[in-house]
Design a protein around this ligand. Sequence first.
Ligand code: AMP
Length: 112
Amino acid sequence: MSDCIFCKIISGEIPSKKLYEDDLCYAFYDIAPQSDVHFLVVPKEHISCAKEINGGNSSVISHIFEVIARLASELKLDSYRIINNCGEGAGQTVMHLHFHVLSGKNLGERLI
Ligand code: AMP
């Protein structure tokens, strides 16, 4: 999608600190980390938000969770939190589906 910042990151038009890439997804460090480790994993296909997940595109979600598990293992993350904000009211600021992966000392038990 031409005006999507994450599509531009995936295409290389906007630089990013890339962690991982394959045919289906792209992982990169968040530009404004909210914990010791904070990266994002996004589908390469432009899906605006979780509301758009359906039978035709949902296989990328399980793939992304496999990638997260692999990256967390490689980064030796003992525990971590996976967050998806869906919709502006839930704090979604970039309208390209993405999963935050956060790890570090500042993660408490509360979700909000
Ligand atoms: P959300 O608020 O759930 O939509 O999350 C969007 C995330 O994208 C925020 O944590 C931002 O810090 C992050 N972000 C925005 N622009 C960039 C960028 N150019 N590179 C890396 N992360 C970004």
